[in-house]
Design a protein around this ligand. Structure first.
Ligand SMILES: NC(=O)c1ccc[n+]([C@@H]2O[C@H](COP(=O)([O-])OP(=O)(O)OC[C@H]3O[C@@H](n4cnc5c(N)ncnc54)[C@H](O)[C@@H]3O)[C@@H](O)[C@H]2O)c1
Length: 261
């Protein structure tokens, strides 16, 4: 997919692997300079791969849930690469295999998930949009989830956080539209990344995977590139009249929830 992001600076959080990594490559291939953030050192490999392909990128190790680190990172990105044109709030976590109903949900799990999925997204949005407002341009993409759109059992923190991301996105868009800034969300369905591969699409997870895919109209999991293409569109000037919206990229999964009974 080709859009024109020539010379734009894009900060992508959690871009060391998975969907964030795929977005980093896609944005770079379309001309953007990439600030790769991740809490794990693996982000350096994303940068190395971008440079190998002839693009420009820099790694910023750090936790999006640490407000001081976020503020320092945003300042450093602008000093190193230039004003941030695109922010993708992608870093996010959920429970692993062990899941609990609300009446057994652990405080630690609740706070750990909300700290990254909501606090981190807020800290990055605040720091970057303060600068975008002054310049009167920019665009922000927040990665929510199909489970921000429809409810799910046993993952209350993730469901609450990702639904929160959607209304935060719309509220932010209302605030900054007058400054020429667009804010949108993407709600991915089940996407093939390391974690989901292990849980649903490995021989051990086959039963779970088959049950999940029986609800997906297109009958397959999505790829990180499927999400990256949506993000490319939203980041580009082709989407100049698109704000406060949620692009659901889920192969028809959320529609399936309403249909099944
Ligand atoms: N894969 C899916 O099926 C799926 C579905 C719906 C939504 N999502 C959302 O998409 C986004 C990307 O998920 P993914 O599947 O690529 O996950 P992933 O676990 O493969 O990648 C997430 C990346 O974020 C990084 N990260 C985690 N906590 C961080 C923090 N505090 N600060 C900075 N970086 C941090 C991780 O180190 C990792 O590199 C997440 O917000 C996730 O909730 C994924």
């Amino acid at each position: 997919m080709k859009v024109d992001l020539a010379g734009r600076v894009a900060l992508i959080t959690g871009a060391g692997q998975g969907i964030g990594e795929a977005m980093a490559y896609a944005f770079s291939e379309n001309g953007a300079l990439i600030a790769v953030n991740d809490i794990k050192p693996g982000g350096a490999q994303t940068v190395a791969e971008i440079e190998k392909r002839g693009g420009k990128a820099k790694f910023y190790l750090g936790d999006v849930g640490d407000v001081d680190r976020v503020n320092a990172m945003v300042e450093a990105v602008e000093a190193d690469l230039g004003p941030i044109d695109i922010l993708v709030n992608n870093a996010g976590i959920n429970l692993g295999k062990e899941r609990h109903p609300i009446h057994e949900f652990l405080d630690d799990d609740w706070h750990r998930i909300l700290r990254v999925d909501l606090d981190g997204l807020f800290y990055c949005s605040r720091a970057v949009s303060a600068r975008m407002v002054k310049r009167g341009k920019g665009t922000i993409i927040n990665i929510s989830s199909a489970f921000g759109v429809v409810p799910v059992r046993m993952q209350s923190a993730f469901a609450a956080a990702k639904a929160g991301v959607i209304n935060f996105t719309r509220s932010h868009a209302l605030e900054v539209g007058r400054y020429g800034i667009r804010v949108n969300a993407i709600a991915p369905g089940s996407i093939l990344v390391e974690g989901t591969k292990a849980m649903f699409y490995s021989p051990e997870g086959r039963k779970l995977g088959e049950s999940l895919l029986s609800h997906v109209a297109l009958g397959r999991p999505g790829t990180p590139e499927d999400i990256a293409k949506g993000a490319l569109y939203l980041a580009s000037d082709d989407a100049s009249y698109v704000t406060a919206t949620v692009l659901v990229i889920d192969g028809g999964w959320t529609a399936g929830f309403a249909r099944d009974w």
